[in-house]
Design a protein around this ligand. Structure first.
Ligand code: TAP
Length: 454
């Protein structure tokens, strides 16, 4: 049996050794899910809701343990890791309300009536990246289970620990055998098998645009349903009339949260030229204040990067001679540390300006007017997120409509909530189902005509 060593990104020590699932083991898990499908679908809405609430309670009772696993296995600051575990609980509770509200329509037609049913789509494969192992798992798991589907999750090879524990908690909470299984292992083996196996009827993929393209092609071969959330290169647009102090204070969090390993990171800050100098003066102390260090300390705001390879990739965006305006700090010694880094002025063909860095590096760019800001913001193949800072509500709405991106915040750094939709434009994917309509993506509509004239 092959295994994978999970390393603590802050110490480089081995935290756990996890078996890598083989294709044969993946097939056996899919067979268990097939066996569980009818029984899970047949659990009455109220009972399914009660099981989801019991599952949420089990997660709630283990928040500290789950947070500890994420601190050790992913290097997330403990405050953030607690929030992430709580997010899984909250998502399960939110979707526990859905089974009892999952009903179709009745449509009068000549000679009878049509009725519709929202049927579970079938086995759902969740392929999860390493950057937010818990929330991204929960966002697929909650609506998929609520709609009556068995779920098989493939966590990222590097960060399987919390998913494995959440899988155990589901069993302890009473979810029947085969309804939720977690298969740690390689994307090219387990993930690919979920995409290729005919019994898996939907894939929820979050990850890189490159792998997303392959998954989309694989799903197309079997006309398999697909949720696709990919990369981003989002803009944080600061107009001259904004509350500059607030915008500058929030900008580090908007890009350095999770050490910049966030698809929604606002990794380009666009600042109106007339206030560029003042904004940079305010941004510098805010960046230097970011507390980078031991993820287990409650005061830490930013931890290490996930791996040595990833740190080398991030560092390649800041080569010798790069236009570093200023940097924050990071510990020395073991651990995959990288100090928050602000680049300016940046040329429009600099990879730090054009590509997703997925690390704590931000490019600050001046713009002239509203039209120029929109043009620069849209000058990317991605379209996931972004922020707009202005006191002018009309401008905020105009710019929000003009920026080709799925999740925007006005005068705030954050836009992702499980009870609101999560869009994706251009090569950032197809959008993610969150909010009250998420079950539409985990059910098929069945339409039945009943003749009343015979
Ligand atoms: P990927 O390399 O794309 O990996 C994502 C997941 O896919 C992992 O579980 C990976 O397994 C698996 N995988 C790899 N090859 C596969 C294949 N051929 N078939 C099926 N599954 C496969 O991305 P990453 O490095 O983990 O995450 C970083 C990227 O994800 C960034 O570009 C980021 O923007 C994006 N991301 C997007 C979002 C949203 S919400 N849009 C959220 C988080 C991350 P292994 O672990 O074995 O490689």
């Amino acid at each position: 049996m092959s295994t994978f060593a999970v390393l603590n990104p802050a110490t480089e020590e081995t935290v756990a050794t996890v078996p890598s699932t083989s294709v044969e083991e993946a097939d056996a898990a899919i067979a268990r899910a097939v066996a569980a499908r009818e029984a899970w679908r047949g659990v009455g809405p109220g009972d399914r809701a009660a099981l989801l609430r019991a599952f949420a309670d089990a997660v709630d009772a283990h928040i500290e343990e789950l947070a500890g696993l994420e601190v050790a296995g992913s290097g997330h600051p403990v405050g953030q890791a607690r929030w992430e575990a709580g997010n899984v609980r909250d998502v399960l509770r939110y979707y526990s309300a859905a089974p009892e509200r999952l009903f179709g329509k009745q449509i009068p037609v000549p000679g009878g009536v049509n009725v519709t049913f929202q049927e579970p789509v079938g086995i759902v494969g969740l392929i999860v990246p390493w950057n937010f192992p818990m929330p991204i798992l929960g966002w697929g798991l909650g609506p998929a289970l609520a709609a009556g589907n068995p779920v098989i999750a493939k966590p990222a090879e590097r960060t399987p620990l919390t998913a494995i524990r959440i899988g155990e908690l589901a069993r302890e909470a009473g979810l029947p055998d085969g309804v939720f299984q977690v298969l740690p292992g390689k994307g090219s083996v387990v993930g690919q098998r979920l995409v290729d196996h005919e019994a898996v009827r939907k894939i929820v993929f979050t990850g890189s645009t490159e792998v997303g393209r392959q998954i989309m092609a694989g799903c197309a071969r079997q006309v398999k349903r697909l949720t696709l959330e990919l990369g981003g290169k989002s803009a944080n647009i600061v107009f001259a009339d904004a509350d500059l102090e607030r915008a500058a204070a929030a900008a580090p969090q908007a890009v350095f949260d999770n050490a910049g390993q966030d698809c929604c990171a606002r990794s380009r800050i666009l600042v109106q030229r007339s206030v560029f100098g003042r904004f940079m003066e305010m941004l510098e102390p805010a960046v230097k204040r970011v507390a980078v260090g031991d993820p287990a300390s409650p005061d830490t705001e930013m931890g290490p990067l996930i791996s040595a390879e990833h740190r080398a990739r991030v560092a390649s965006f800041v080569p010798p001679g790069a236009p570093v305006a200023f940097r924050g700090s990071a510990p020395d010694g073991p651990g995959y540390w990288f100090a928050p880094t602000v680049l300016a002025p940046v040329s429009p063909d600099d990879p730090a300006y054009t590509e997703e860095v997925f690390g704590p590096v931000v490019a600050v760019v001046p713009f002239e007017d509203e039209a120029d800001a929109v043009k620069i913001a849209n000058d990317t193949p991605y379209g996931l997120s972004g922020s707009i800072w202005t006191q002018n509500l009309g401008r905020a709405l105009r710019v929000a409509r003009a920026v080709e991106t799925g999740n925007l915040s006005v005068n705030s750094h954050s836009s992702v909530r499980y009870w609101t939709p999560f869009g994706g434009f251009k090569q950032s994917g197809l959008g993610r189902e969150l909010g009250p309509d998420a079950l539409d993506a985990f059910t098929e509509t069945k339409n039945v005509f009943i003749a009343t004239d015979g």
